[in-house]
Design a protein around this ligand. Structure first.
Ligand SMILES: NC(=O)c1ccc[n+]([C@@H]2O[C@H](COP(=O)([O-])OP(=O)(O)OC[C@H]3O[C@@H](n4cnc5c(N)ncnc54)[C@H](OP(=O)(O)O)[C@@H]3O)[C@@H](O)[C@H]2O)c1
Length: 270
């Protein structure tokens, strides 16, 4: 990839956590940054003004918001070289007690939101014969943790989507990457959705324990660590797809026989 000066990255979910940290890192490296979030006040509070920064309000689940955001980005900086699809939130609980509405809303952001951005930017990148798309997934895009089925379905979905689409986009010089974080200290757990029916507590053993582990606000690494991996993936010219990021689970669990993985997960639920 050419020198970052005059290169532009569009980052979704840039109003906090991994996205805000990535936006700051790309700015430090000399890039133009289009920072996307749903709340201008939050974007302004977390990302100081710069002539190379465009803050753009868009809900990625809304196609008209996404079209407007991409138009604004190209009008301001002429081109978008890298898309970082990072926006997202958690959803926990036994599938039986999550409503269809909660599940559809989750997929509208975590799957279709990413696709909305890609649909807008792929023709632009194809015409320029270059570009990179970095999809932020999770260790939960590779490993099935208990009581996380809907979040996993979305993240596994984006992993498979990325693993396939990289071949057709590769024909046009567009690189596709996935960054797979472990736990990160962000607002993620506070912003997460969950199953709410009171009867689930008695019906599903160990849910409280797993929920506590997943929602521990002090667990995990600083978002800057993940931002560094996002940057590495964005500028890499290699064909490598997956970039695990501070995810210890990914260094162990995928290599264990399933019988051992089942034992570990059952222990977690006890
Ligand atoms: N934190 C973790 O432990 C962890 C672990 C593995 C993977 N991840 C992944 O890392 C990514 C970033 O999460 P984070 O930890 O940085 O969480 P975060 O601090 O809660 O940030 C999430 C961002 O996503 C944005 N967002 C959510 N729904 C949106 C929508 N429909 N349209 C536009 N923006 C939307 C939020 O913007 P608003 O200001 O509009 O709310 C916010 O900027 C997510 O994809 C998450 O799944 C996180």
């Amino acid at each position: 990839m050419a020198h970052p000066r005059n290169q532009t990255v569009l980052i979704t979910g840039a109003s906090s956590g991994v996205g805000a940290s990535s936006a700051m890192l790309f700015l430090d490296k000399g890039w133009n940054v289009v920072a996307v979030g749903r709340d201008m006040a939050k974007l302004e509070a977390n990302l100081p003004a710069s002539s190379r920064l465009l803050r753009s309000v868009a809900d990625i689940s809304r196609k008209d918001d996404v079209s407007r955001c991409v138009e604004q980005a190209i009008a301001r900086f002429d081109a978008v070289d890298v898309l970082v699809n990072n926006a997202g939130y958690g959803i926990t609980g036994p599938f039986e007690f999550l409503t269809d509405e909660q599940i559809r809303r989750h997929f509208d952001t975590a799957v279709f939101g990413h696709m909305n951005m890609m649909r807008e930017l792929i023709p632009h990148m194809r015409r320029r014969r270059r570009g990179a798309i970095v999809n932020v997934t999770s260790e939960a895009g590779r490993i099935g943790f208990p009581y996380n089925s809907i979040y996993e379905a979305a993240k596994f979905g984006i992993e498979g989507f990325s693993e396939s689409i990289r071949f057709e986009l590769g024909l046009h010089g567009i690189r596709v990457k996935v960054v797979e974080p472990g736990q990160v200290k962000t607002d993620f757990s506070r912003n997460s959705d969950e199953a709410r029916a009171p009867e689930l507590r008695g019906a599903y053993k160990g849910f409280e324990k797993i929920e506590k582990l997943m929602r521990d606000p002090d667990a995990g690494v600083e978002p800057a660590k993940i931002a560094a991996v996002v940057y590495e993936a964005a500028v890499s010219t290699s064909g490598k797809l997956r970039y695990p990021a501070s995810a210890i689970s990914l260094t162990v669990l995928p290599f264990l026989p399933d019988v051992l993985v089942r034992t570990i997960m059952r222990r977690l639920m006890r």
